[in-house]
Ligand binder design. Structure first.
Ligand code: ISL
Length: 566
């Protein structure tokens, strides 16, 4: 039997740049993380996933790596890393690294060598193509395919010197590696093996479903604005599973140890996910799917957010829960470094801040799957509230701003979209305490701390048994203590109810029922809680546990109740 310890584990994501600065340069670092481990131990998480800390020019905050085996000086040294790893292990936690191997930085020696000449031994490590027939090299339209990049503009950059284009699905400083070339794959596996030898406990694999492209490369369906949609031609491509199985054989198969692998797979369907995560296929333990975080994207994309359609959101979760019930495994997340803060996005950060943060946490954490907590989520951190374009640093947001301006979207509408959806909402400094810059740095933070840190901070919440953080702590403990949370069956209840998110988990004789009001209005949920006891709620001290077994559960604004029957 496979060792599926991660089914009862909770993962905490650290985005090092914004977690804790130890040297006053305004950028978080490894020693900073070390100094805050007690907070994570208090919370009770099992695994830390560290966003990239490798050497990088930081065109995309470290997701553009120039040396996979060196620590970026902004974050510290290899010694600092080893000290962190030892301290994490000493607290009984595990450390999972980010693995960004769909692309490197354009400053990686592999790319420098590849770029040096058409005849370079590493030319074929990346995707080089001549200009389109009949076009002036470098002229608009001469790109080898019409694909639009994730961060706006075409996916091809022209290299004057060799007269060819290289592919970058993301930023021009993130050229795509050519996974068709076996030398590339072996170099990646060797690098992964060295990290595992060093003692790390697994990998979160960045856009790992984009590594196999449909050959020959060709145009996608035209998009408004002239570029085309290449996504179906490079997402979950023909050799994706083969590559992951090979990676598993070359990296994990022969090892003793308890690892965790999670693939980031934008656009993956339930059927794709079954294939990625079926243990019998030996690819990855779980994947991050995107359907539930794309649910509010509008006609102009993510920067055009729409009000939450709860019935649709629940249908997405229900489909994923059912689809991976027999084979494979879900990961569960609201937030990460690419998503706005959930309490601002799907909750109510104005009138029902704490209750809505807790209700959203409850419905997520008690589903079947491995929950991920993104730094600051556990204290209910809110969106940044940036009002002007100068406050943003994120390459995606700034690219989208320019692109939407070009098609004459009114500036205020773009700024509203960014304020709701920008990745920088997730990247403001973690709010540790009420002191200047939220206790994140003694210098000037690279992105300003949110002013609400004076009352919304970890220090205040750790002492308060009623806080959002204490609620997260209770949910995490429940996963550890109650096998029904990790292993029970899942049934969505009241799927058509526009305000209530409710479901039941069953394992042997145990029944766990979660009932939450995802709205600011009072509702009555008609749910049979199987004579369960109220084991957790977010109703504050005035809450009267509703008589167990009754079929009508009254819920105040954002009320959440969890019942357990044995
Ligand atoms: O951020 C996104 C949604 O707005 C996605 O398009 C995102 O770019 C995609 O999910 C891939 O994300 C990952 O790879 C990117 C990096 O910028 C992200 O931070 C990372 O999570 C390129 O490495």
């Amino acid at each position: 039997m496979t060792d599926d310890w991660w089914k009862s584990a909770v993962v905490y994501q650290v985005y090092p740049r914004s977690f804790q600065d130890s040297d006053g340069d305004g950028i978080g670092d490894l020693r900073g993380i070390l100094s805050r481990l007690d907070h994570l131990a208090w919370l009770g998480v099992d695994v830390i996933w560290l966003s990239p800390i490798y050497a990088s020019p930081h065109a995309d905050n470290g997701y553009d790596i120039s040396d996979y085996e060196a620590i970026d000086p902004a974050f510290g040294t290899l010694d600092d890393f080893d000290a962190l790893l030892t301290a994490v292990h000493a607290r009984g936690m595990k450390l999972v690294m980010d693995l960004v191997v769909n692309h490197t930085s354009d400053e990686h020696p592999w790319f420098l060598e590849s770029r040096a000449s058409r005849h370079s031994a590493k030319r074929d490590w990346y995707w080089w193509r001549p200009p389109r027939d009949g076009f002036e090299p470098g002229a608009p339209g001469a790109e080898p395919t019409n694909w639009r990049a994730f961060f706006s503009g075409p996916t091809w950059a022209f290299d004057e010197e060799s007269g060819e284009y290289f592919l970058h699905l993301f930023h021009p400083k993130q050229p795509d590696l050519n996974w068709e070339n076996p030398e590339v794959r072996q170099a990646v596996y060797a690098m992964m093996n060295r990290w595992l030898d060093r003692g790390v406990d697994g990998f979160r694999m960045d856009v790992i479903n984009l590594i196999s492209k449909v050959l020959p490369l060709r145009d996608g369906e035209p998009l408004p604005g002239g570029l085309g949609n290449g996504f179906p031609l490079y997402a979950c491509g023909p050799r994706n599973h083969e590559f992951l199985q090979e990676m598993h054989r070359e990296v994990f198969a022969g090892r003793e140890g308890r690892f965790l692998t999670v693939g980031e797979t934008p656009g993956a369907t339930v059927d794709d996910a079954v294939l990625f995560t079926d243990p019998a296929r030996a690819e990855v333990d779980m994947v991050f799917q995107f359907e539930h975080v794309d649910v509010d994207h509008g006609p102009l994309g993510k920067f055009d957010p729409q009000p939450l359609d709860l019935v649709r959101l629940k249908a997405i979760f229900a489909r994923w829960q059912a689809g991976l019930a027999e084979r494979g495994w879900n990961s569960l997340y609201w937030d990460n470094h690419d998503q706005p803060r959930v309490v601002s996005r799907f909750g109510d950060d104005r009138d029902h801040w704490a209750a809505s943060a807790k209700a959203l946490a409850a419905v997520l954490h008690l589903m079947r799957g491995t929950p991920y907590v993104y730094q600051g989520e556990e204290i209910g951190m809110t969106n940044a509230g940036f009002a002007s374009v100068d406050e943003y640093r994120d390459v995606e947001s700034l690219g989208a701003y320019d692109e939407l301006r070009e098609i004459d979207v009114p500036e205020q509408r773009i700024l509203d979209g960014m304020s709701a959806m920008s990745r920088d909402n997730a990247r403001t400094p973690v709010q540790w305490d009420a002191s200047p810059h939220a206790g994140f740095t003694t210098g000037t933070p690279w992105l300003r701390a949110t002013p609400n840190h004076t009352w919304l901070n970890a220090e205040a919440q750790r002492e308060d048994p009623d806080s959002v953080a204490s609620f997260y702590r209770a949910l995490i403990a429940m996963r550890h203590d109650e096998p029904v949370v990790a292993h029970g069956d899942f049934t969505m209840l009241l799927p058509e109810h526009p305000q209530v998110f409710a479901y039941r988990r069953v394992l042997d004789g145990t029944v766990l029922t979660v009932v939450a009001n995802i709205s600011g209005e009072e509702v009555i949920a008609h749910v049979d809680v199987a004579h369960g006891a109220l084991v957790l709620h977010n109703l504050g001290t005035e809450a009267t546990p509703y008589p167990a077994g009754a079929g009508e559960i009254p819920l105040g604004p954002w009320g959440a109740r969890i019942y357990l029957a044995r």
